[in-house]
Design a protein around this ligand. Structure first.
Ligand code: ZN
Length: 411
């Protein structure tokens, strides 16, 4: 007999439906969610629960249940921290100035090269557990703090270990073209990345590049994407047009990028490219908040054009060392002026689409993975109303309660 678990007495159930042109939020009250073999089987009115015989019943006491958050852009595996940069930034140094002076990414590269695989795995594992405690049930991790073969591969092996041991959906991205290591020009290092790209096909699901003035050019992006496609990578992503307009978004979308990330400086021309190509725009309000960005992405123009929006933390040890999707929702609402429904769709279904997994999870729809969170309240809008509190009481991954991590945090 099929073992069905009944999550009953749900005060508010949120699902994301994606059948029409734009995904929509569906709200149900006083219902029960039936889960079998890790997947959503059915939703029934709570009044009908007594008519059935279930393997297990879980009383959720009127709380709100929603799809787990999907964080489609993180740099979660690294050693060291960059607390010193907070003072430098407040003294007026820009992100790119800190980078040019050997700080920023290069200081994380140094620490990550020195760390052992086990050390990197343990620090990342604890971050993941805390992240899940805060409601995230699927995410992406990029390499990019090695900028050499050994460390880039070490980072991706750590990602694969996390995926295997924690049994959660983890997408891995090779971001060799993240920055130029000391002692090399960007062209020299880029040729090195191109030469060794095939070695990463068995370690990563996709590739990414940091396309920005003074880092890698649009010409680099084009060459990387064309080569990556030949090598067999299907998921092409790019950090584009964040600090200046380089045309990276337009070119990446034209070459079939699954996502273009950041997009603070994009133009209507770029938005049209995203829309035509069906490329997801990944937005990270936490980075805008932490860096005090004067420019934010043209969110409403993208929504109007029908571009799929995704929200992510963009967790990284420099500009935004936070893996909390709840605060991302609150910041998206205030910085981007979007509604709770729009933000929640972007943080679940929209983000799952950026990982090419929107059929499998992100909507809590029938037959999808039963990845969901139970809030401490009965109204999901509290996440937006009272920003900063942790409203997630329980996180479920494939129908199983996640133990999470509530012990003191060390960075
Ligand atoms: Zn990033």
């Amino acid at each position: 007999m099929e073992k069905v678990t009944c999550f009953r007495n749900i005060g508010q159930l949120i699902q994301v439906q994606s059948g029409g042109e734009t995904p929509t939020i569906v709200k149900k009250t006083r219902c029960a969610l039936l889960v079998s073999q890790g997947r959503v089987k059915k939703v029934i009115p709570d009044s009908e629960v007594h008519l059935h015989d279930f393997f297990r019943e879980v009383d959720l006491a009127g709380r709100a249940v929603l799809p787990g958050f999907v964080d489609c852009h993180t740099h979660l595996i690294h050693a060291g921290n960059r607390k010193d940069e907070m003072e430098q930034r407040m003294a007026g140094a820009s992100y790119m100035e800190i980078h040019k002076n050997g700080g920023g990414i290069l200081s994380t590269v140094k620490a990550t090269r020195q760390a052992t695989e086990d050390e990197l795995h343990e620090t990342a594992r604890l971050r993941v557990l805390r992240m899940m405690t805060l409601g995230t049930t699927a995410f992406e991790i990029k390499s990019g703090y090695g900028l050499d073969l050994d460390t880039e591969k070490k980072m991706l092996r750590v990602g694969r270990r996390l995926r295997k041991n924690l049994k959660i959906p983890v997408t891995l991205t090779y971001l060799g073209a993240h920055a130029t290591p000391k002692g090399k020009t960007s062209n020299q290092y880029f040729e090195f990345v191109m030469e060794h790209l095939p070695e990463f096909r068995s370690l990563a699901d996709g590739v990414d590049i940091f396309c920005e003035k003074g880092v890698f050019t649009v010409a680099h992006l084009r060459r990387l994407f064309l080569h990556a496609k030949l090598v067999g990578f299907h998921q092409l992503r790019a950090h584009v047009d964040e600090f200046s307009h380089q045309g990276g978004c337009h070119n990446a979308a034209r070459l079939g990028a699954i996502s273009c990330d950041h997009l603070e400086h994009i133009t209507p021309h770029d938005i049209r490219a995203l829309q035509l190509a069906g490329t997801t725009a990944v937005l990270m309000p936490g980075a805008n908040f932490s860096l005090g960005s004067k420019k934010i992405p043209p969110v409403h123009a993208m929504l109007k054009a029908g571009v799929n929006l995704a929200l992510a933390t963009g967790y990284n040890p420099g500009s935004h060392p936070s893996y909390n999707m709840q605060t991302v929702l609150g910041m998206a609402q205030s910085l981007y002026r979007i509604t709770p429904d729009q933000a929640l769709i972007a943080a679940t279904h929209g983000s799952a689409r950026a990982l090419d997994s929107h059929e499998d999870f992100g909507g809590l729809r029938l037959d999808q993975r039963a990845d969901f969170i139970v809030l401490k309240t009965g109204d999901y809008r509290d996440l937006f109303y009272c920003v900063g509190e942790n409203f997630v009481e329980q996180t479920y991954s494939a129908g199983k309660k996640v133990k999470g991590w509530k012990n003191p945090v060390t960075f």
